[in-house]
Design a protein around this ligand. Structure first.
Ligand code: ADP
Length: 647
């Protein structure tokens, strides 16, 4: 036996492999039927077939021979064929696109390449409905075949490889798959699903036709069924070129006139490009003519992807040049803060061989990025104006990302500020719903600043002692609690000439606050010498504080901390420290409500040095805790409280 035939033989032997653990988990979830819409498998497979055609057309730009007609496939037009056999109970989706080599099959149909997958799967709760929603967000793709099939066979050959480089992949979705080399005359991929007994309705012509029209009409390649498909078993390999009927419009959706496109078509197209099972929140379709010609179709998803905050995760639009697919995730077309938007851009002017590097330096691309950013902002304006619930849900999902725009995109500053939403003391709930315009409308005419406070949660912000005087005066304060908020607000500058003012910063000149009559610093009859007591407190606390002073901003609490004007905010300090950065110790001023009973007690116990120190430290520790700071020595604090309770 020659060496070559041994090698061939080895290659043709079937090899069985296990799916990656994540795939096994996903398959299990799917097979236990999380889906109420089982028919989505067809959409997913046609979507994959369409991508495969797109990718071949792209590779053929530099290697036109890849698109050459083949002996068994004279029609070199890229297309997708759906066949079925009602008696045998299978349905098959074929494309003459890019195909896969053996290595690619093993890699792509045995693993999940998305980063963060195991984290994602770990979040699944066991609650079917919630999981179904999460999975929809994740995108199930090829693996959705196993929702309806008890066995799946994939026959494929990569474009450009010879006929003996075909591969047969098969699996029953139970943890393992088998790969075997085979001869395959056609390039591209056929995915055949042997349907479970109860899913055999998917091998019926009328059903397939209506599903393709409903879910895949927007696919830019012809999707066909065998002619007179009703009753026909549609077998095609070996039986020559049987007549076929194209069942979809087969035209790139974004190239069609807007008035002819139905909302469902826009929605289905979104599901295809975003691999999202849900409808988008809103979309905008534009065809731009003039010096730069391009079309864009942009969407805002309803839900944030599981990896929104992963800096490495893919983002950006699908780029086409003159209707030829060029690349996924072209991030150069949208600023980072709008990375949640999905969609397609089709340029008439860019060269077909454009690379990512070229995109980075191209002036046209830069101009398009600005225009597209404005389109997304337009879309959000409309959403905010017409659909309050929709905007609320946008803000919940993506507000934290959108806020980055305050810093990233000064050219759209006003528009971005108008789209921000805040939690505020004017409302009882902690949702971020108020606009800056609402705030300005509600504030007293003589108020020259926009007040805010930042804390770890809205509830913590709301219960801060620093708010007491504002609450008493009926002055509204914005409650910031997203990690990005202090950083963002530092860049807000002014809004309608009003400065943003952190209420925990500096010595508050209560007399100068707008609203009612001036308040006096409460006098305490028993404190003969308030200044002297404060001085003594300062010497007890030493370096921990920059000052101890009386304040009128507290009405209920005994004490609070005030940051220096230019000191970094407490939340920001916390985030930076958590990320391992070394920061100088914060030295805020301790402010005392000298009218408080606790201060009275301090004055009375002036002679007892131990008691005086305990009480002083308690003023400080309380103020630290209400500001969400950590105590250097919690054990000491607890012992001190207990001593005082027993005293
Ligand atoms: P996704 O399409 O979201 O990447 P899938 O699980 O649907 O995920 O598919 C995994 C990979 O398998 C695809 O990224 C692609 O590389 C490959 N693939 C799937 N179907 C085809 C096909 N018809 N032709 C070529 N490659 C395919």
């Amino acid at each position: 036996m020659s060496a070559e035939s041994t090698a061939t033989k080895t290659r043709r032997r079937a090899r069985t492999r296990a799916f990656q653990a994540e795939v096994r988990q996903l398959l299990k979830l799917m097979i236990h039927s999380l889906y109420s819409h089982k028919e989505i498998f067809l959409r997913e497979l046609i979507s994959n077939a369409s991508d495969a055609c797109d990718r071949l057309r792209f590779e053929a730009i530099s290697k036109p021979e890849l698109l050459a007609p083949e002996p068994s496939n004279k029609n070199s037009e890229l297309s997708i064929e759906v066949d079925f056999d009602a008696d045998e109970g299978w349905v098959e989706i074929s494309d003459n696109g890019i195909g896969m080599s053996e290595d690619e099959v093993v890699q792509q149909l045995g693993t999940i390449a998305k980063s963060g997958t195991s984290d994602f799967l770990a979040r699944l709760s066991g609650d079917e409905q919630q999981n179904a929603q999460l999975i929809g967000q994740f995108g199930v793709g090829f693996y959705s075949s196993f929702i309806v099939a008890s066995r799946v066979e994939v026959r494929t050959r990569r474009a450009g490889l010879s006929a003996d480089a075909g591969v047969l992949w098969s699996s029953d979705g139970q943890g393992k798959f088998t790969v075997k080399a085979m001869a395959r005359q056609r390039r591209g991929t056929s995915v055949r699903l042997y349907l479970k007994d109860e899913e055999r309705q998917f091998a019926e012509a009328w059903h397939l036709r209506s599903l393709i029209q409903r879910y895949s009409d927007h696919i830019a390649f012809p999707v066909s069924l065998p002619s007179s498909a009703d009753g026909n078993d549609g077998k095609k390999e070996g039986s020559g070129e049987a007549a076929r009927d194209v069942v979809n419009t087969a035209q790139a959706l974004w190239t069609r006139p807007k008035r002819e496109i139905k909302p469902e078509e826009y929605r289905e197209f979104y599901r295809h490009i975003a691999r999202d099972n849900e409808d988008p929140l809103c979309y905008a379709h534009n065809q731009v003519e003039g010096r730069r010609e391009y079309s864009s179709l942009l969407y805002v998803p309803r839900r944030a992807p599981f990896d929104l905050f992963n800096r490495e995760s893919p983002r950006g639009v699908k780029l086409y040049v003159q209707r030829v697919f060029i690349m996924d995730d072209a991030e150069q077309f949208l600023p980072l803060y709008l990375r949640f938007a999905r969609g397609v851009v089709d340029s008439k002017d860019l060269p077909l061989n454009v690379s990512r590097e070229l995109l980075q330096q191209n002036d046209d691309v830069r101009a398009m990025r600005q225009a597209l950013a404005r389109r997304v902002l337009d879309m959000l304006d409309r959403l905010a104006g017409n659909d309050a619930d929709g905007y609320r849900s946008f803000w919940k999902e993506f507000g934290r990302v959108f806020k980055e725009g305050v810093v990233e995109d000064p050219s759209n500053r006003e528009r971005i500020l108008a789209l921000l939403r805040f939690a505020t003391t004017a409302s009882d709930n902690d949702e971020q719903e108020a606009t800056l315009a609402d705030y300005v409308k509600r504030k007293p005419a003589d108020q020259k600043e926009i007040y805010y406070i930042a804390a770890a949660t809205p509830a913590a912000a709301r219960s801060s002692p620093q708010l007491e005087i504002f609450t008493k005066r009926g002055l509204e304060v914005l409650l910031l609690s997203d990690p990005i908020d202090e950083w963002m607000v530092g860049h807000l500058g002014t809004y309608e000439e009003l400065r943003f003012r952190d209420v925990t910063r500096g010595a508050l000149a209560v007399d100068e606050l707008p609203g009612a009559a001036p308040v006096e610093v409460a006098r305490n009859a028993d404190a003969e010498d308030v200044a002297g007591l404060l001085q003594r407190m300062k010497s007890v606390l030493g370096e921990a504080v920059s000052d101890v002073r009386a304040t009128a901003r507290l009405t209920d609490s005994p004490s609070c901390l005030a940051l220096a004007e230019h000191e970094m905010g407490v939340q920001m300090q916390r985030i930076l420290r958590a990320s391992g950065q070394e920061l100088p110790d914060s030295k805020p001023a301790l402010e005392i409500n000298t009218g408080h009973a606790l201060f009275k007690r301090l004055a009375l116990r002036e002679g007892d040095a131990g008691m005086f120190e305990d009480l002083t430290r308690l003023f400080h520790e309380q103020a630290m805790l209400t500001q969400g700071r950590e105590l250097a020595n919690p054990g000491d604090f607890v012992r001190r409280v207990n001593r005082l309770l027993e005293a």
